[in-house]
Design a protein around this ligand. Structure first.
Ligand SMILES: *Cc1c(COP(=O)(O)O)cnc(C)c1O
Length: 398
């Protein structure tokens, strides 16, 4: 028997998708092919820094498309230079490699650390990473990740990654050997369900890596570019890593990523690293437009204010509906529901025109546009409140 054809058959099934087709978006709102509108608190997975189709990006794309789209990474282009300068200036790091996805930037970070280890630390290559961490979906970045569902997928793994629990300095110290070249982590574990590295842990790791002569790699792919109310999450604690990776918010919705390194660490030699689309002017122009917006005088203060409002409203909602803690910083937040109802809540929210993410069975994640306004946050809370009431009623009835 041939199964009934579906309009989605040609799209490889790599995730359960609802039978909705989005066709346009503006700011915090999406529209589907039936003309229904949705309030978007997923925003391309914490990607659409300025919301859907913001003027600054539309203009940057249109203008750059008319000037120069690609001239190969074998040549400099003006937008590549501009974006690398901006990122170096804001991060305190000195060398920038532009890439196309977070996984690719992290893969580059791992390679750079190994190269540095070969040159300067007696061929050390091991990287200490965190349980439940997420660094991407290439073979090496999956191996670096601490996602339990991936433990036996695509064997054999890339070797050389040692896992420790987040915020456990004793475990980190115990894991350091002469083979260790770096410690790599997210300042806030986003995909795991928004779990923060403590300020103390981050400061201690910075001091420890300096003392031991190894590298600190921060994966700021989800937390960077204003998401937490500062340009980089590390700015909250005042540390600078040796290597940092960015993606998601940097492109504001287009494929753009960056690998940043201290000048003493940036030891790739010609031929070691590259990629056909790396540093292309059209994506770099978008990155510049994003950084320009984020660095407007009041932009990050507004993110902090919106983030505080979101956290306060979530905390009140949680108390009203027997939920648990609210976690996160700025506009990267999670609500623990205390029960494994998060996927059902997200599904019912969608039916009511609200996009939410459930990274864990008991947890909802909120990653709206950094330009989300307080009314949109209130609107989201109202919809979520209704869904939680309904789900509680349905659970009580069974
Ligand atoms: C999303 C993410 C990645 C992977 O980025 P891709 O662009 O999907 O390859 C890596 N690290 C963190 C922390 C992320 O949130």
């Amino acid at each position: 028997m041939t199964p009934t054809p579906s309009p989605f058959d040609a799209v490889m099934n790599i995730t359960p998708r609802p039978p909705i087709v989005f066709v346009s978006g503006q700011g915090s709102w999406l529209t589907d092919s039936e003309g229904r509108t949705y309030l978007d608190f997923v925003q391309g997975w914490a990607v659409n820094t300025l919301g859907h189709s913001p003027r600054a990006l539309v203009d940057a794309l249109a203008q750059q498309a008319g000037r120069l789209i690609n001239c190969s990474p074998a040549y400099y282009n003006d937008q590549m230079i501009r974006l690398c300068d901006m990122l170096a200036q804001h991060s305190g790091l000195h060398r920038v490699f532009l890439a196309n996805s977070g996984a690719e930037a992290n893969e580059g970070a791992i390679k750079l650390a190994r190269k540095w280890g070969t040159k300067y630390r007696g061929s050390a290559y091991e990287i200490i990473t965190m349980d439940h961490g997420f660094h991407g979906r290439t073979l090496a970045t999956m191996s670096a990740s601490g996602k339990s569902q991936w433990e036996h997928l695509y064997e054999p793994k890339v070797s050389g990654f040692v896992k420790v629990p987040l915020n456990d300095l004793t475990a980190v110290k115990a894991a350091i050997t002469p083979r260790t070249v770096a410690i790599m982590l997210e300042p806030i574990q986003g995909e795991a369900g928004v779990f923060e590295a403590t300020d103390t842990f981050l400061r201690d790791l910075r001091a420890l890596t300096r003392d031991c002569g190894i590298l600190l790699i921060l994966d700021e792919i989800q937390t960077g570019i204003g998401r937490t109310g500062r340009m980089f999450c590390a700015d909250h604690v005042g540390i600078t890593p040796d290597i940092m990776t960015l993606a998601k918010g940097l492109g504001g919705g287009v494929p753009l990523a960056a690998l940043l390194a201290h000048r003493d660490v940036a030891c790739f030699e010609p031929g070691d690293q590259g990629g056909t689309f790396c540093g292309n002017p059209i994506m770099a122009a978008v990155g510049c437009a994003i950084i320009q917006q984020i660095t407007q005088p009041t932009f990050l203060d507004a993110v902090t204010r919106a983030g505080d409002h979101l956290a306060n409203r979530l905390a009140a909602l949680s108390q009203r509906r027997q939920g648990g803690e609210v976690r996160g910083k700025g506009l990267l937040r999670a609500l623990n529901l205390n029960r494994n109802i998060a996927p059902r809540v997200a599904e019912q929210a969608l039916a009511r025109g609200l996009l939410l993410n459930a990274p864990r069975p008991d947890t909802l994640r909120f990653m709206p546009a950094l330009t989300v306004n307080l009314e949109e946050i209130d609107r989201m809370i109202d919809i979520l409140d209704g869904v939680l009431l309904d789900v509680a009623a349905a659970t009580d009835a069974t």
